[in-house]
Design a protein around this ligand. Structure first.
Ligand code: EAX
Length: 324
C-alpha cells in the first residue's frame, strides 16, 4: 500500500512540476534602457509570446545591462544562464567571425538597403552561422547608423580624431577603423561607458542617435558628428540550450515574436532619429550633420585591406553587390 502512496505522491509532484513548468519565465537581456528602441523591441517580443502561448510563457525584460554587457550575455546564453538577448553585432564577431562582415565601416548605404540585405538570404546565412556557437539567431532588429560623440572638440574631418580617447565596442574591425582615423580606441562593454565618460577616462564614444538620446548623453558629451560610419544591426538571439527545449510549435512562436521585435525597433528608429538629433541640439550638443564621407572612407580603407580577407570576404562582396 505504501508503494502506491509513494508513487501517487511522486506522480502528483511530477504533474505539478509539469504544470509549474508550463508557467515558464524566460529572461530577455539588452543593454539600453527600457525606454529605447531595444525596449520597444523587447516589449513587442514579450507581448507576442504572451499572446501566442496564451500566457503560458512569460518573457521577463532585463534592460540597462541588468544581466551584464553584451559579451557577458552572449557567454551566458552559451552556458545556459541567460535565455534570450537583443544584442548589437559588435561583440558577436568574437564568437562568430562571419558577423564581423556586418561591422565594416561605410559598408551599408542606407537603412533600406541594410534591411533588404538582412531580411534576405545574406542575413539568414549570418543568423544561421550563430548556431555552432550555441546561439540561435532569430531575427535582425536594429540599433541604427552609428555616429561619434565626444567632450573634447567638434569633429569635422578625419584629422580631428587625432589622439581622441574613443570607446569602441569589443570589435576589432571597429578598433582598427578608429586607429586608422588616428584616434586612441578603447574597447569596453557598454555597461562601463557612461561612468567612464563622466569620469573623463575616455573622451568619446560612438553609437546611433537612439542610444545617445536614451542615455541623455548630452549630460556628458558636448559634441556629436553624424558620421554614419557603420550600420549597427541588433540580433535577436536565443540560447540553443533553451531553444532545444521548445516544441516545434513553440519554436515558430519565438521566430514570429523575434520578427515583431525587429519591426518594432526599426519603427522606433525611423520615427525618432530626426527628433533625436533636435533633442541633442536642444540639450546643448554641437551637432555636425554633414561630413566629407569620401575623406572618411579613404581614411578607414586600411581596415578592409587588413580584415576583409580574414572575415568572410565573400559576405562583404555579397553585401556590396546587393546594394548596387
Ligand atoms: O547594443 O555597446 C554598444 O555601443 C551598443 O551599441 C549598445 O550596447 C546597444
Amino acid at each position: 500500500m505504501k508503494k502506491i502512496a509513494l508513487l501517487t505522491t511522486l506522480l502528483a509532484g511530477a504533474t505539478l512540476g509539469t504544470d509549474a513548468l508550463a508557467q515558464r519565465t524566460m529572461n530577455l537581456a539588452f543593454t539600453p534602457p527600457l525606454d529605447s528602441h531595444y525596449g520597444d523591441a523587447g516589449r513587442a517580443f514579450a507581448d507576442r509570446i504572451d499572446s501566442l502561448s496564451d500566457g503560458e510563457i512569460n518573457i521577463a525584460l532585463k534592460p540597462s545591462g541588468a544581466l551584464g554587457g553584451e559579451r557577458d550575455v552572449i557567454e551566458g546564453m552559451q552556458i545556459g544562464t541567460v535565455e534570450l538577448a537583443i544584442s548589437s553585432t559588435g561583440p558577436i564577431g568574437n564568437f562568430v567571425p562571419e558577423v564581423y562582415a556586418l561591422d565594416f565601416p561605410f559598408l551599408f548605404k542606407s537603412y533600406d538597403s541594410a534591411h533588404e540585405v538582412l531580411d534576405g538570404e545574406i542575413g539568414q546565412d549570418i543568423l544561421d552561422a550563430l548556431q555552432p556557437a550555441g546561439l540561435i539567431g532569430l531575427a535582425w532588429a536594429e540599433n541604427g547608423f552609428r555616429h561619434v560623440t565626444n567632450s573634447t572638440r567638434s569633429i569635422e574631418n578625419p584629422e580631428d580624431f587625432k589622439g581622441l580617447k574613443l570607446r569602441t565596442m569589443e570589435n576589432e574591425v571597429h578598433i582598427a577603423a578608429f586607429q586608422a582615423l588616428g584616434a586612441a580606441p578603447t574597447p569596453m562593454s557598454w555597461t562601463e561607458v557612461l561612468t567612464s565618460l563622466q569620469q573623463g577616462t575616455i573622451d568619446g564614444q560612438e553609437n546611433p542617435v537612439p542610444i545617445i538620446t536614451a542615455n541623455s548623453m548630452w549630460e556628458m558629451q558636448d559634441y556629436a558628428t553624424l558620421t554614419s560610419h557603420a550600420y549597427s544591426p541588433a540580433a535577436v538571439v536565443m540560447s540553443e540550450i533553451y531553444w532545444d527545449q521548445l516544441s516545434e510549435k513553440e519554436k515558430g512562436w519565438f521566430r514570429e515574436a523575434a520578427k515583431a521585435a525587429a519591426e518594432a525597433s526599426r519603427e522606433t528608429v525611423a520615427n525618432n532619429e530626426q527628433a533625436g538629433i533636435e533633442r541633442m541640439r536642444k540639450n546643448g550638443m554641437t551637432v555636425v550633420e554633414s561630413i566629407d564621407q569620401q575623406a572618411f572612407e579613404r581614411a578607414v580603407q586600411p581596415v578592409y585591406d587588413q580584415y576583409a580577407e580574414r572575415y568572410a570576404p565573400e559576405l562583404i562582396e555579397r553585401i556590396r553587390a546587393a546594394q548596387q
